[in-house]
Design a protein around this ligand. Structure first.
Ligand SMILES: [Fe+2]
Ligand SMILES: [Fe+2]
Length: 181
């Protein structure tokens, strides 16, 4: 991004990025990263692509930044839940609700749709706008590294609460030691 484009990007996101509520997400873990960093990454790539495609890049960027703006550090929440109440199914709706609570003046129907549908196909309704489809793909694309370890996928997308058990980890470790990895 050149200097001017970068300035425009931060002009769009700064009211959210610099707010205390959003900065709390620096402490919410998102696997190897924080929710803050993950959302910023998704917003950056969304901004670049949507701007070059002449889409509504302001709405797309705000939606991308808020797509995982759910209210708690879910990986630390060990409360048992029924299958359809697991993080993967509910966090997009939670994020939309939180966004409405804290940044209502920055929202519009498109931004709300981007947030609410970004987990499609886990959300039964598909994205409505091109910008919503874009954020859905960018989010998945950025998260692609998880496919290097498919066993972790259910936990990654929030469909499994428990971590891989110690026995499995020990088995991998022993195998690695045998092969000198
Ligand atoms: Fe998400
Ligand atoms: Fe995400």
């Amino acid at each position: 991004m050149n200097k001017e484009t970068k300035a425009e990007f931060y002009q769009i996101i700064n009211p959210i990025l610099q707010s205390e509520e959003f900065r709390k997400r620096k402490k919410y873990s998102h696997h190897d990263d924080s929710v803050y960093e993950h959302c910023l990454q998704v917003a950056k790539l969304t901004f670049k692509i949507s701007r070059s495609l002449n889409l509504d890049y302001k709405s797309a960027t705000i939606g991308a930044l808020l797509h995982d703006f759910y209210p708690d550090d879910w990986q630390k929440n060990k409360k048992r839940k029924s299958f359809f109440k697991l993080h993967g199914f509910v966090h997009a709706y939670q994020a939309k609700k939180e966004a409405q609570k804290h940044y209502s003046s920055l929202l519009n129907p498109k931004v709300e749709n981007i947030i609410e549908r970004h987990m499609f196909p886990l959300t039964t309704k598909p994205p409505t706008y091109l910008e919503s489809w874009l954020v859905m793909f960018v989010d998945k694309g950025i998260s692609l590294s998880i496919f290097k370890n498919p066993a972790k996928l259910p936990k990654y997308i929030g469909l499994k609460e428990v971590s891989i058990n110690g026995q499995n980890n020990r088995r991998h470790l022993n195998r690695a030691r045998r092969w000198g990895d």
